[in-house]
Design a protein around this ligand. Structure first.
Ligand code: DX5
Ligand code: ZN
Length: 232
């Protein structure tokens, strides 16, 4: 079961929850960066895990998540951009991930992996590349607490928002209603106060460069987070 704080949403009027992506943070002082966004009003911490194979970039793995777990009270929202994520589910459970999201394209064992994530005490999430039709994840929705819609090609922070992905939100809302299931809708990639205006159906917005390297706000993370929340 997911707790009331995380599920008190799912309608277009409630303000967005904001999950700063640490991919754009200063990795030399990650603990301080996380403490700063927590103080600035972040709701979750988004952790992008890349394997240099599923996506053409390498980032961090379970040992870093383990080090971050004691640094913050916020949920750790771990986005796995790795092939065969089932190989690492146990490691991320031990490390203290709260949400563990896998790509539908990354494994032939989607349902089993989602079930394993839940059995190990985490909240399962599913996501898809922009080029993957939304219907491809429909068979798995009943197993997840979180659905992540990618509005950039996974791999890098700071890319431009893909407007043509927005329709997936409505399609997912309808499908969830049809099957009578509740899950949070999260959007990741190119999120700004401008693009957030198209995302009112979402519950959670991931934002990397907008929070950590905003041209005007600079290290005023509270203003950046507030601007995103106010977009709904
Ligand atoms: C991209 C990652 C994103 C990324 C978002 O593969 O999944 O979480 O950090 O960065 P921005 O918000 O800068 O597009
Ligand atoms: Zn991400």
């Amino acid at each position: 079961m997911i707790n009331s704080v995380d599920t008190a949403t799912n309608d277009s009027k409630t303000k967005f929850m904001i999950a700063p992506s640490i991919l754009s943070a200063d990795f030399a002082k990650l603990g301080e960066e996380i403490a700063a966004v927590e103080k600035a009003g972040a709701d979750w911490i988004h952790v992008d895990v890349m394997d240099g194979h599923f996506v053409p970039n390498l980032t961090i793995g379970a040992p870093v998540v383990k080090s971050l777990r004691p640094v913050t009270k916020l949920p750790l929202d771990v986005h796995l951009m790795i092939d065969e994520p089932e190989r690492y589910v146990e490691a991320f459970a031990k490390a203290g991930a709260t949400y563990l999201t896998i790509h539908v394209e990354a494994t032939t064992k989607v349902e089993a992996t989602l079930k394993q994530i839940r059995e190990l005490g985490m909240k399962p999430g599913i996501t898809l590349r922009p080029g993957t039709p939304v219907e491809r994840i429909f068979p798995f929705l009943k197993w997840v607490d979180l659905i992540l819609i990618m509005t950039v090609e996974p791999g890098f922070g700071g890319q431009s928002f893909m407007q043509d992905q927005v329709a997936k939100l409505g399609a997912l809302r309808s499908e969830l209603k049809r099957i009578g299931h509740t899950a949070l809708l999260e959007v990741d990639g190119g999120v700004t106060d401008e693009t957030a205006k198209y995302l009112k159906e979402a519950d959670v917005l991931v934002a990397g460069s907008y929070v950590f390297s905003h041209k005007t706000f600079k290290s005023d993370y509270a203003s950046a987070i507030r601007a995103l929340k106010d977009a709904k």
